[in-house]
Write a protein that binds this ligand. Sequence first.
Ligand code: SF4
Length: 336
Amino acid sequence: MTKHWTIKHAETLLNEPFIELMFKAQQVHRKYFNPLVIQKSTLLSIKTGNCPEDCKYCAQSARYKTGLKTQGLMQIDEILINAHKAKANGSSRFCMGAAWKHPQDRDMPYLENIIKEIKAMGMETCMTLGHLSDSQAKRLAKAGLDFYNHNLDTSPEFYNKITTTRNYQQRLDTLNNVRNSGIKVCSGGILGLGETIKDRASLLVQLANLPKPPESIPINMLVKIKGTPLENNEIIEPFEFIKTIAVTRIMIPASHIRLSAGRNQMSEQTQAMCFMAGANSIFYGCKLLTTSNSAEDKDIILFLKLGLKLENNQKNNESSIPNEILPNEQFYDATL
Ligand code: SF4
């Protein structure tokens, strides 16, 4: 039976001494995963900017002057070229994001086509498109979508300090529609929004106590974007960030935890400790949706230093995806 977590439980863990917490997280992590294996996804923005929502951290909200170059829906051919490059670089999952409040029904055939084409390449697919109705989730599931990303971002208590154009329950409703459709759930949060430790505990409790926790949990470090209301937020202390990864691992032991936005502002040592604390997935590529990511060659070097390997999800196409670290030159020859 799944444990029912309380905010007090989670807060107690977050306040444990760093060394104790790391030890506990490592024990849990090793029970469920090979600690040397990291899953790698590539993320592409298929519609950028002009979003009607007001998420205070986001460059894509139409409300903030961030200088972001907006872009309408990307042509399918261009998306497929990017997916092929991601596959050639060892990504097992291709994630696509559109800055919408929700997709319109007229967008569904376009989305279904993309999913089918990328699945035919032997890659897993993930999309993040805003709210999904029950029927939209079922259509995407039928087209073969593997994962749907919809982050809770922060605690229910702090949520309206970050976003006012929707509420927490709407987020949970979409997660519920996604889960009921059979698509796997990707949902996590952002640290450094100005939340308290109790808010972090409360976010983790929300995720851990879902009827079935998300299979994939992105933990983002706020990337402060000029022009957004959070541009002057204090940077989260790296140990606080690592501890939150460790508590996520302990509370949601069997899920992949993804080091997501903010990785390029972390030292190698911070990233290494995140992997030790239980993070076992990354976004790979120079760019996340609109913010820069850790450069690929830096990732390759870090993986080699730490002796980490890539997870291979592609049972149907094993020959084309490396399932362990390749010799250096093969990585350097790869082009994105
Ligand atoms: S986080 Fe998503 S929903 Fe919020 S403003 Fe950015 S693109 Fe829109």
